[in-house]
Design a protein around this ligand. Sequence first.
Ligand code: ADP
Ligand code: MG
Length: 290
Amino acid sequence: MRQFGAFNHATRPSRPLDATGEVAKPRTRRLAPPVLEIHHVTATYEEGGRTLTALSNLTFDVGSGEFVCLIGPSGSGKSTLLDVIAGLTAVDHGEIALGGETLTTAERLGRSAYMRQRDLLLPWRTAAENAGLALEVRGMPRKSAVAKARERFPEFGLRGFADAYPVQLSGGMRQRVAFLRTVLANQPLLLLDEPFGALDALTRAEMQAWLLEHWQQEQSAVLLVTHDVDEAIFLGDRVVVFTPRPGQIAHEERITVPRPRRRSMVTSEAFVHHKAVILAALGLIEQGPA
Ligand code: ADP
Ligand code: MG
């Protein structure tokens, strides 16, 4: 039932090219500047008169078209980071640049496509009306937005379900609708917060394969938060490991498993090596050879 139509690259915003060469780092795989740069970011919450530091002096970037997975313990600030990037949360210190441009919190709104951790669909809207929201919030009339969303349903494995209500869809289908809504935002950076967390193992594997295929065609950069080490390695060009709160980088692992990725690769030497390093960085196994 999976189907992939031609993605419309003509409507994609052009990405600024690197004019100065200053921001391009040798390890990014393309010449364009990083799609996302986080510089010394600290973010806190005030709660009951106390200050809770969620992110502390965090620095890293995501290259144009790169697939980065972020993994870390619960409460380490992963969702906070995505909220910060999306312009939903302000930082106390530090700078965030998108496409080479340093932006304020308000300026970051709508500059990335964000699928939040518990991204519930609106129960009173049909699947197509939910997906079309991404276009409506950008000023498109609802009727055109829904029509545009509806066109993409077969491509997302949702043929025949445009008029269904969320309660009539399976968990995997609801995720696809939420994902379609994210993609319709048509941004060079996708922020996905545990997008497959609530799915059973089979649906999850299917969605991972599907996301990779989609990413390869669409060429957006992805920053995906996950709890699952295998998922992070299977999907990512790079895996960023967070420390417990406040979130800082414990380790960055560049994944050398070749693409296209196949499920059988999870037993390859490279995969198993990455897994040992990441589990050690998470403090789940001892450092060094088994
Ligand atoms: P993660 O996504 O890695 O599980 P979060 O970013 O959700 O972590 O949370 C990081 C820390 O900030 C946690 O200790 C959490 O309880 C706290 N936190 C998150 N959101 C809020 C909020 N709106 N108000 C106060 N504290 C918050
Ligand atoms: Mg979270």
